[in-house]
Design a protein around this ligand. Structure first.
Ligand code: ZN
Length: 404
């Protein structure tokens, strides 16, 4: 390994470090006047003027309208990050489509288009490239202000700086090789992460997680998935698979989960099981013929239409979930739980029973502090999460380890 301390520091790299420092200061503490930046960094006025000039020129930074009178004569407008001028391209990969967007650092989606895509390797690769090229065409950021191409994939594990690990059951996504094919054609960095992780980052930065410090996102879409965000940074665990909420062991079942256990929450909340419980409930109260339900979402719909048995089945599932999440919320000192997917579909059907049941599993004080909210941004949260992740890297203070 080369000894970094022996490497000569060129003026250019020193300038880059200073530019990074000033940009980060404006991001974390701004708006800041040039004089304030000078006081913090002790940089010479000449160096400071040059760097601020470059940042203004690139459009990354703008002067605010506010005029601060300084004690040293000239009145200067403080500088702020020009969030609407910096952004990313985001590609969300779903089993049936690719959703492409151009998103700025305010979290505003400037352009969005969905591409119906059959889940085969060739079709998927072809549409990924097409979606990326269309988004590149549509983005209006200056070249240096397009920070990242972020790709959301289901069923992957990702650790910064490490290759993607694919869930053994994700099949096709590993073969598509989204990161590799985009890196071959893109001129800016490409990163890949799992959908829940990026959704959670998006909710914390721009949605229902705003103001939270430790936020857990739980989604239910046939299976349960989760992500944990600690003040804007993802908590990934040793393998990148943190918050495998669906594999929380609840109690023995007669089936085995994909993970090899026979009692995971995913089995207890499996769509077939929800339907089966509803049918049993119906048969126990009446001999009348019942609707032949094949999609568990219909049970959620019925519960919303005052079908008492449907409501009871879902309340039981919500209670199971609360019994697992409650202790986790206590251990990790979570202050916000965001429910997405079917958990947020009808708040009185899942969210309210879940919140009510949590009372049994967290202390009174923690219960008062713990907020449970429906996801605010839907799937587009992942687009905004790409912007949030890119901003975290781009504006990291120079001493941080950053991934590019
Ligand atoms: Zn499992």
């Amino acid at each position: 390994m080369p000894d970094i301390s022996e490497k000569p520091v060129s003026l250019r790299s020193k300038g880059e470090i200073n530019e990074r420092l000033i940009r980060s200061l404006i991001y974390h503490q701004g708006p800041l006047s040039r004089i304030e930046i000078g006081d913090i960094t002790q940089m010479s006025p000449a160096a400071l003027t040059a760097i601020c000039g470059d940042l203004l020129q690139s459009g990354e930074v703008v002067e605010t309208d506010e005029v601060k009178a300084s004690g040293r004569g000239r009145r200067r407008r403080p500088l702020r990050i020009n969030y609407e001028n910096i952004g990313c391209i985001s590609l969300i990969c779903d089993p049936h489509s690719i959703d492409a967007a151009v998103v700025d650092l305010n979290g505003d989606i400037k352009w969005q288009k969905s591409y119906d895509t059959p889940l085969t390797r060739e079709a998927y690769q072809e549409n990924l490239i097409k979606a990326y090229k269309d988004a590149l065409q549509e983005n209006t950021f200056k070249p240096g202000n397009l920070l990242e191409i972020g790709v959301s994939l289901p069923e992957i594990y990702k650790r910064p700086g490490q290759p993607i690990e694919t869930d053994p059951f994700s099949g096709i996504y590993a073969e598509i090789g989204a990161e590799k094919i985009l890196k071959e054609i893109a001129e800016v960095p490409v990163f890949v992460d799992k959908i829940e992780s990026l959704r959670a980052l998006g909710e914390m930065a721009y949605g229902a997680g705003k103001g939270a410090e430790m936020m857990m996102l739980i989604t239910w879409d046939e299976i349960l998935r989760g992500a944990l965000v600690d003040n804007g940074s993802l908590v990934r665990g040793a393998t990148g698979a943190a918050i495998k909420i669906g594999h929380f062991w609840v109690g023995e079942t007669d089936q085995y989960c994909s993970c090899g256990l026979n009692g995971c929450l995913n089995l207890h909340m499996a769509p077939e099981r929800i339907i089966e419980q509803w049918k049993e409930g119906k048969h126990s109260v009446s001999n009348d013929p019942i609707e032949d339900i094949t999609d568990y979402r219909r049970i959620i719909e019925l519960a919303g239409q005052s079908d008492g048995i449907a409501a009871a089945v879902l309340a039981k599932a919500a209670e199971l979930l609360a019994a697992e999440v409650g202790p986790l919320a206590t251990v990790l000192v979570i202050d916000r739980i965001i429910l997405g997917g079917e958990l947020a579909a009808a708040s009185d059907v899942m969210l309210q029973p879940f919140h009510a049941a949590l009372r049994k599993y967290v202390s009174h004080n923690e219960y008062k502090r713990l907020e449970v909210l429906p996801a605010a941004l839907g799937l587009a949260a992942a687009h905004r999460g790409v912007a949030a992740q890119a901003a975290e890297w781009h504006f990291a203070l120079p001493h941080h380890h950053t991934m590019t």
